[in-house]
Design a protein around this ligand. Sequence first.
Ligand SMILES: Cc1cc2nc3c(=O)[nH]c(=O)nc-3n(C[C@H](O)[C@H](O)[C@H](O)COP(=O)(O)OP(=O)(O)OC[C@H]3O[C@@H](n4cnc5c(N)ncnc54)[C@H](O)[C@@H]3O)c2cc1C
Length: 293
Amino acid sequence: MIEDLKKLKIGRIDVNIDLKKYCTYKVGGIGKVLVIPDNEQCLLKLMKYIKKNNIKYKILGNGSNLIFGDFDGILIKLDKFNNLEINDTIIKVGAGYSLIKLATKVSKLGLSGLEFATGIPGSVGGAVYMNAGAYKTDMGYIVSEVKVITKDLEIKKLYNRDLNYHYRDSLFQHGEYIILEAKIILKKGNKNEILDIIENRKQRRLMSQPLEYPSAGSVFRNPTNDFAGRLIEDIGYKGKTVGGAMVSPKHANFIINYNNAKTEDVINLINDIKKEVKEKYKIDLICEQEIVE
Ligand SMILES: Cc1cc2nc3c(=O)[nH]c(=O)nc-3n(C[C@H](O)[C@H](O)[C@H](O)COP(=O)(O)OP(=O)(O)OC[C@H]3O[C@@H](n4cnc5c(N)ncnc54)[C@H](O)[C@@H]3O)c2cc1C
């Protein structure tokens, strides 16, 4: 497979990669191959090869919502899809662009709508896929169009009304799409007010989240009218450990890799929490993070 991929001349190909370096939890084993396609044509060529040979693949953003095990298929990273065009309040941005970088840049231009995203360490593609959000808003409010490759390898534009955006949920999580680019519509605002909001929230996050440890942010979606963190605290799990993984003593809905955690440590801790919360509250917590193996 590696030789075939090299012959395609589609971009950078890395083999036997250490997956710990590609997810913010810093867990995982070996990834057989990682491709960074040079452009859309190269990505299409790669996808044709993948489909023809029925090979397992996964699009990787910044790995800030993933729990890696080993992966013997093809990982695809869209780092080269990092175009950015700002036209008044309309932004066209590539899937590989950093969400924090984008949110910081537009905020400094006095554009409002992405203030919530300055603490979300994902790519634009990952945020569009996850419907990333915070402070009662999310990508669903600002994304107007998304350019994708469909499972039949057609390049298509999808519009907000098609995307079925709900709390941490989108069409993309229920189909096979590669997100190439998003069109985002912001509003003109007061630059100083926007930057104040961002600074305030940054200070709050530093106080309330264990940002000094590797993690992938909130583990569970909040159940309707409740908070996953409250339920986890109530079952006495703050500070609970499995191997090198720990429920953060600072924020109960964060699991941190505090001491060389293994993939299984994180997964076992997640399962223990789900079991306890189900037993005590009859609530099925939904894990926001994805196991990739
Ligand atoms: C400290 C910390 C704080 C966080 N805070 C928040 C928060 O406040 N709110 C929030 O919502 N999340 C938060 N997160 C979680 C995470 O940052 C978001 O879910 C983010 O959107 C994931 O983006 P990513 O690029 O890292 O995606 P990845 O983790 O790489 O991938 C996530 C999913 O998206 C898919 N995907 C990625 N790119 C594409 C693409 N181009 N096409 C198709 N599919 C794609 C992947 O295949 C995978 O299924 C936080 C994480 C950390 C570590």
